[in-house]
Design a binder for this molecule. Structure first.
Ligand code: SF4
Length: 435
């Protein structure tokens, strides 16, 4: 920004240790150095700090500077694995060779990344983080990303030989590799009930049940393409599971929202009626809220679409209902063959309390993965399979009855075309009554 005094060089300097333990001299990095001149934190500061510790990071900076100069990336893939696993490691070998045919930056000629599954809800203890860092300092470059786009802890930069040693060590105290390639990928769940009052389900248990059930499919890639589970505890969907996962589990409720009228009155007294009408009542997407003359709030629960806006704004006064469960959606993903897709509701509501409930959920995931694995084209996500063969055929394949709640947009159009509507509606009512 014009006139803004760069602060980062001073910060950069304070982060660099005085002692240099690495034995290789630093490479000149004039282009990378420009990145620490701006007012923003730069990853170069972190890399330079690591370069004081080990030769691998010294050479990594050398190769990176060379890439910046030539505007070419010099990493190629390959095959690196640990015993018994077919995935979880992203191999990187340098392509940058000198005139003598040897690597120009030999210390970082192998720079593989290990994807390690995070704990459900990303709950770590400081002790455990230190332990992981110590192991990585022993066997790798020291560079760690919490967390990559995939949700994994990314341990970036080690050699083929040390990959196995590092894995053995962290596996010994409880960590496992995540997914990479055409397989069930590392699951993700929000922080959940431990720190959030909106939680409507046991996110950790859902996450663990799904991942533990599909560990084989995670470690030995044999599916048409990737398959991701994400779990959000409430319709705020902090995990972006609707957009970013093939199988989204989102906590919700089916009875009336809980309203503490005394708290409503207090908030209205504090902020004023106009404020509440402007910022809460009139922002309800379905006009389901009305503020009465005595400053109490009425909620038309039949028309509430669980957008969470009013609950987020009036946290003390409003909260999810008591009859809690989850909604399951299939087929969200970023751009591929048919562009970005959002998840489709395939189970509008299911209770998740007993072991049988959890078995039902993992059973549904199994049916889905089996049907998709058998019927998908190469490199096709489940959302694309549904798009190609039609939702009705897909539902038949996984053994789910069509439900009028499977909708494209709230209260507009059904995904499922029910030509003989009356007869189908009758069947649906009977099914509901039987449950
Ligand atoms: Fe309206 Fe959203 Fe509140 Fe439901 S959660 S009442 S849809 S603002």
């Amino acid at each position: 920004m014009a006139g803004q005094k760069p602060k980062n060089p001073e910060v950069h300097a304070t982060y660099l240790p005085k002692d240099k333990k690495s034995t290789k001299p630093f490479h000149d990095t004039p282009m990378l150095d420009q990145l620490v001149d701006g007012p923003w934190p730069s990853f170069v500061t972190g890399l330079k700090r690591l370069a004081h510790d080990n030769n691998m990071s010294v050479d990594l900076l050398g190769q990176l500077e060379h890439s910046y100069k030539t505007r070419i990336g010099y990493w190629k893939g390959g095959t690196v694995s640990v015993f018994g696993y077919g995935g979880g490691i992203i191999p990187r070998f340098t392509e940058l060779m000198g005139d003598d045919g040897k690597p120009m930056f030999p210390e970082s000629k192998e720079f593989h990344t290990l994807r390690v599954q995070p704990p459900a809800g990303n709950h770590y203890s400081t002790k455990m983080l230190r332990k992981l860092s110590d192991s990585w300092n022993k066997y790798g470059s020291g560079l760690i990303a919490f967390h990559g786009q995939t949700g994994n802890i990314m341990f970036i930069g080690t050699t083929t030989e040390k990959t196995q040693h590092f894995f053995d060590e962290i596996n010994e105290y409880g960590w496992d590799l995540g997914g990479a390639g055409p397989c069930v990928r590392t699951g993700m769940s929000c922080v959940g009930a431990a720190r959030c009052e909106q939680s409507c389900t046991n996110e950790m248990k859902v996450h663990r049940s799904l991942v533990n059930n599909f560990l084989d499919d995670m470690h030995r890639p044999a599916l048409p393409y990737k398959f991701k589970f994400k779990v959000s505890g409430c319709p705020n969907d902090c995990m972006n599971s609707i957009q970013r996962s093939d199988f989204a589990v989102i906590g919700t409720w089916r009875d009336d929202m809980q309203v503490d009228q005394e708290e409503v009155k207090k908030i209205v007294a504090e902020k004023g009626r106009k404020n509440i009408i402007d910022n809460v009542v009139s922002r309800c997407p379905t006009n389901a809220l009305s503020l009465n003359d005595d400053n109490t709030l009425d909620v038309d629960n039949r028309n509430c679409v669980r957008c969470m806006h009013c609950i987020n704004v009036m946290t003390k006064a409003l909260s999810p209902g008591k009859d809690k469960g989850v909604t399951v959606l299939l087929g969200g993903k970023r751009t591929l063959k048919i562009g970005d897709t959002m998840g489709t509701v395939i189970v509008p509501f299911m209770k998740l309390e007993t072991d049988e409930d959890y078995e039902k959920l993992t059973g549904l995931a199994e049916e889905t993965i089996d049907f998709w694995a058998e019927n998908a084209l190469e490199h096709e996500r489940v959302g694309e399979t549904i798009d190609r063969i039609g939702l009705v055929n897909f539902l038949e394949g996984v053994g789910i009855d069509p439900d009028p709640h499977m909708i494209n947009h709230p209260r507009t159009s059904n995904y499922v075309r029910l030509d003989d509507w009356d007869a189908e509606a009758e069947k649906w009512k009977n099914r509901k009554a039987a449950n």
